[in-house]
Every structure is written in C-alpha cells, then in structure tokens.
Design a binder for this molecule. Structure first.
Ligand code: ADP
Ligand code: MG
Length: 460
C-alpha cells in the first residue's frame, strides 16, 4: 500500500487542513482510487470491504461540490439501516467541520415521521437515510429533489439483500437525470449490475483487492464435538485473548439469550443485540458497547448490520453462518482501517460442509484446532475500565458534550482523562467515566446542574 496524502487532489486548502486535523493524513486505497474520478464528477462503482474508508471517499466528493449558500438539498445518500445512516451522517459532519452551517439531515424508518417532516421544512444540504422512509417523504412532497446533483448508494449489496430494489428505483424516478451517481458495495452480485446499468451513466469501476485485508485478520477455527461444549470453548477463547471489545455472533435470538444467561452466571457483563429489542434499546446497547463500558456484545447478523465499532479486537462465531459471505461480513468488523484483528469460529460436528464452503469462498485453508485439553480458568474476569452514566436530557434540552464535560471537570473536579465518550441523543445523553470515579461523577451530576438545569442521572 502506498501512502498518498490528500495534497495532490484538487481540494481546497481548508478541506485538506481539516482532514489532517481529524487524523486523515493519507488516503486509504479506495479513496486513492476513487477520488481522482469522483472529483471530476464521474459516476463510479466502488467495490471495497467494510472499514476501507468508503464514507470519506464519497463524503469528500459531495462536500467539495456543495454550495453552502444555496440552501437546497444537493446530495442524497441511501443506506441499508438506520445505524449505518447515523454513522454516515456523523462521519460527514466530521469531514464538513471546515465549512460553517452545512446542514445534514437523517431520514430513517423506525423513528417518528412527523419531526422529520418538520425538520425538512427548514431545508437541508445533504440527506442521509433508508430508502423506504426517503421514498415516503418524496411521495408526500416533503422536500424538493430538483437540486440534487449527487446520489450515493452506500452498501448497495445489503440494500438489495434487504429488498430495497424497488424503493431505490422509485426514488431515482424523482431525481434529476443530470447528476453524479456513486455506488459502494462490499460485494458485487448480479443484481447490483442490473441496478447500476439502469441508474448510472458510464460508470468507472474501481476495486480494492481483498488480499490485503485477509492478511491482517488472524482467523482460527475450533472443533466442537457436542453443542454443550460451545460455552466452555468461548470462555477459554476469551481467557486466551483477554479482549477489551468482542462481538459474538449467534445464528438465532434464542442462542444469543441463552449464551448471555450462561455468561451472567459466570459473572461476565454482556450486552445482547437482536431484533426483538426496541429501537431505543438497540441504540443504547450500541452506545454502551462503543464507549467500552461492556467488553462483550452478543448479536445476530440482522441486528449487527452496519455496526461500526473502532478497535474491535475479537470477533467470535458461536455459530458458523449459513452463508460464506456473511462470514466475511462478520469478521470484517475487526481489523478496521488497516489495524489487525482476530476472528475465531466454532465448528460443530454438523458444520463440516459450512467450514469447507467458507474456506473455498475466502480461498484459504485452515486446520481445525481443538480446545479440549485446555482448562477453564474460573478466576478469569473481563472487566471494563469504563461505566456509563445516563442523563435524561439531550439535544432537545440543548445539552451539548461540552456542557457535560464542563460539569464533570470544572464543577465536580474530575480529570479530563477520566471521561470517555459522550453521546448526545434527542432526549438523553450518555457519558462514559472511568470505573473508579463513577460514584463521584454520579453524585456530582445528580446534585448539580448541567446548563442551568437539574437532570436525572442513572448508572447503566
Ligand atoms: P467503510 O464505509 O468502507 O466500511 P468507513 O468509511 O466507515 O469504512 O471508514 C472506516 C474507518 O476509517 C472510520 O473510522 C474512518 O473514520 C476511518 N478513515 C477513513 N478514511 C481515513 C483516512 N484517510 N485516514 C484515516 N482514517 C480514515
Ligand atoms: Mg460504510
């Protein structure tokens, strides 16, 4: 991988300075291959794995074109899930920091519709959302698409998997014909080809080979003879790796819940993410995991779609997925953006064929190892350095991260290093604090004001 910086691109000095200030010094390979074309307004199909920096590849492109003074929607980004749309919006805000007043609105299903209509009445520059909800807004004429000059389909393969093909085509009927269309996808099945032929104009195709990524995820496979051995195997694996952040994938909700019960009996703190949870609980679960308050997240594939957690050091397949492609999606959640990571899979006695399929698919062969002779260390614990405090006020109460930080440092006297991630939601906020100061933080926040108001504070 060559290290190319952003200076050779036709970008403003402010944009480049801002990229450097957020730590983007060198282009990732997919950025290096895409940006020279996309900045010339060419249509592009980019095939690259999760974690390769696709968001910035299109984000830089559309922000470079954006006319901030013209308060009209100029770009539309379609994503498969709400979590992904939120992540894209967050990354765009980061990249857009150098220009004032760029307004990015998210329009996703699973959240109330009316507030979105209201928000649209105040205009926006960029909208990010899921196809179903965006189509509803378009059909009800809640915004005018006439000034849209860039359309992005992010994770196009997953949008098609989820059945959004018709919605996407209907959305495109509303958009101006003269536009730039960018399509990003981790895989390139035939149905993507059909979609792109209909909606793109002489697209350039760029692809980042997967070899590079294979080499940085250390994959191992363990043989399991009886189903009951799986839990013990996981405990041994966790004890060997002592990870700070692990996602464990199960194929069913029931398996997730059962494994979580087993872990709780063992004294391990875990989070469980599956589609039975209310949207609010799912969001909270992701916050608590991303800010490192919990070392283990147990999830199904559906629930984990779009999960982007930095520094995930281990992915465990409690069950092998039925589809080899899902295997690569799962393990792609570790080793993001050039870091290395570990993926461990349990192979049951009836999984031999799935194991073969996976090896064929990724074009690598693995020996099946055994954990039988390893003893379980019953003293082992996975503790996290962080705890989360919930505050019952957020954006609606005009609470900002700086206010919470100020209350904890200036008023309560915590050190800045004792305060971790702060997440501000619509009606609540979360702040991670180090375990040894959680009581002080909880008491201090409960008895003091944030932004002149008293809030209810709970430990999560
Ligand atoms: P993808 O959409 O391909 O899955 P993302 O766009 O989410 O990947 O990027 C993965 C991570 O890499 C993010 O945390 C992002 O902030 C980071 N990243 C993107 N581009 C760069 C860069 N040029 N330098 C350093 N980090 C980057
Ligand atoms: Mg992405």
């Amino acid at each position: 991988m060559t290290n190319k910086n952003f200076y050779n691109l036709p970008l403003s000095k402010e944009m480049i300075q801002n990229l450097n200030s957020i730590g983007y010094e060198f282009m990732t390979p997919i950025q290096e291959k895409s940006l020279p074309y996309t900045l010339e307004n060419k249509d592009l199909i980019a095939k690259a794995k999760t974690g390769s920096g696709k968001t910035a590849a299109f984000g830089i492109t559309l922000l470079d074109k954006l006319n901030v003074k013209k308060f009209r929607i100029q770009s539309m980004i379609l994503c498969p899930t709400r979590e992904l749309a939120d992540q894209v919006a967050k990354e765009l805000r980061l990249i857009a920091k150098f220009t004032h007043n760029v307004k990015i609105t998210t329009l996703c299903g699973g959240v109330p519709y009316k507030p979105q209509v209201h928000s649209l009445s105040h205009q926006a520059h960029i909208i990010v959302g899921t196809p179903g909800r965006i189509l509803k807004h378009l059909s009800e004429e809640n915004f005018l698409p006439n000034d849209i000059n860039t359309l992005v389909l992010d994770e196009a393969d997953r949008m098609l998997d989820m059945g959004f093909n018709d919605d996407i085509n209907s959305i495109i009927d509303f958009l101006p014909k003269q536009r730039q269309t960018l399509l990003f996808s981790a895989t390139y099945p035939d149905n993507i080809n059909n979609l792109s032929q209909n909606i793109m104009n002489n697209p350039i195709t760029v692809e980042i080979d997967t070899v590079h990524e294979k080499s940085i995820i250390n994959q191992s496979f363990y043989e399991i003879n009886k189903d009951g051995e799986k839990k013990d195997a996981i405990l041994k694996i966790l004890n060997n790796f002592k990870p700070t952040s692990t996602v464990i994938f199960c194929n069913t909700k029931i398996a997730c819940d059962n494994l979580a019960d087993d872990f709780e009996d063992f004294g391990l703190d875990v989070l469980v993410l599956h589609s039975d949870l209310e949207q609010r609980d799912r969001t909270e679960c992701l916050v608590l995991f991303a800010n490192k308050s919990y070392p283990i997240l147990i999830a199904t594939d559906v629930a984990a779609r779009g999960l982007d957690i930095d520094n995930l050091d281990l992915v465990i397949n409690y069950d092998l997925p039925f589809d080899s492609e899902v295997y690569t999606h799962r393990i792609g959640r570790t080793a993001r953006a050039g870091k290395s990571g570990n993926a461990v899979s349990l192979v049951g006695s009836t999984d031999t064929e799935l194991f073969e399929d996976i090896q064929d698919y990724i074009e690598l062969n693995f020996e099946l190892k055994s954990l039988k002779d390893e003893k379980i260390n019953y003293d082992f614990k996975l503790t996290s350095e962080w705890r989360t405090l919930y505050i019952n006020g957020g954006k609606k109460s005009k609470v900002r991260a700086g206010d919470i930080l100020g209350a904890l440092t200036a008023n309560i006297g915590l050190d800045k290093n004792d305060i971790g991630k702060i997440d501000i939601m619509e009606r609540c906020s979360y702040v991670a604090v180090r375990t040894n100061v959680v009581k002080k933080a909880l008491d201090g926040l409960s008895n003091g004001r944030i932004k002149g108001k008293y809030f209810k504070i709970y430990e999560k």
